[in-house]
Design a protein. Structure first.
Length: 175
């Protein structure tokens, strides 16, 4: 037999959805889990970067860090990344506020600059697939890892796309 339900009236539910955490807080107030989830897993920041000695301009290459898995676009040893790659930059709120080279699509940079997250971000879409489908991730674009290239070859590997935002429309919006 079905259990009798209480007849106590409930207050009407608000039609306004709760504000997502990334819109309602500053970077410094995120919980560790919220902080990690802001990374979309694109892998762009794990590409080798070159600094122009004259202008201090940072250029991305299409060469991956030794630990970058070009298929998943994730670090293959995230827990020990800094022991294995000493110049791997640990992203903290302070670092995010000062690093000049975070890609324009990076979740940390978007929130830092007061922008909302785009449709393809896993926190919005609910799946990591959309980062690849929208062409944001490095999947299919990495020419190799840093061990595979000589120093003199690096300038020829400079690419513009990691510093660009394709601004692809949400394909679901057309349905
Ligand atoms: S660029 Fe930003 S969002 Fe992409 S992998 Fe790096 S930290 Fe994560
Ligand atoms: S060690 Fe891992 S997280 Fe750090 S740059 Fe390399 S692939 Fe990215």
């Amino acid at each position: 037999m079905a259990e009798a339900r209480s007849k106590t009236p409930r207050p009407p539910a608000s039609l306004k959805a709760a504000t997502p955490f990334w819109r309602g807080k500053v970077l410094e107030d995120f919980s560790p889990a919220e902080w990690e989830s802001l990374c979309d897993g694109c892998g762009r920041c794990c590409l080798l970067k070159l600094e122009d000695e004259d202008t201090a301009e940072i250029h991305y290459t299409d060469i991956g860090c030794t630990l970058l898995d070009a298929g998943t676009c994730r670090c293959s040893d995230y827990a020990r990344r800094q022991a294995r790659v000493p110049d791997c930059v640990r992203l903290t709120p302070e670092a995010v506020r000062s690093l000049p080279w975070l890609p324009p699509t990076c979740g940390y940079r978007l929130v830092r600059d007061g922008h909302d997250l785009p449709w393809w971000h896993p926190l919005v879409s609910g799946t990591r697939r959309t980062v690849h489908e929208a062409g944001i991730s490095v999947r299919g674009k990495v020419s190799g890892t840093e061990e595979e290239f000589e120093t003199e070859e690096l300038p020829d590997r400079i690419v513009e796309w990691p510093g660009q935002d394709p601004r692809s429309p949400d394909p679901r919006a057309a349905k």
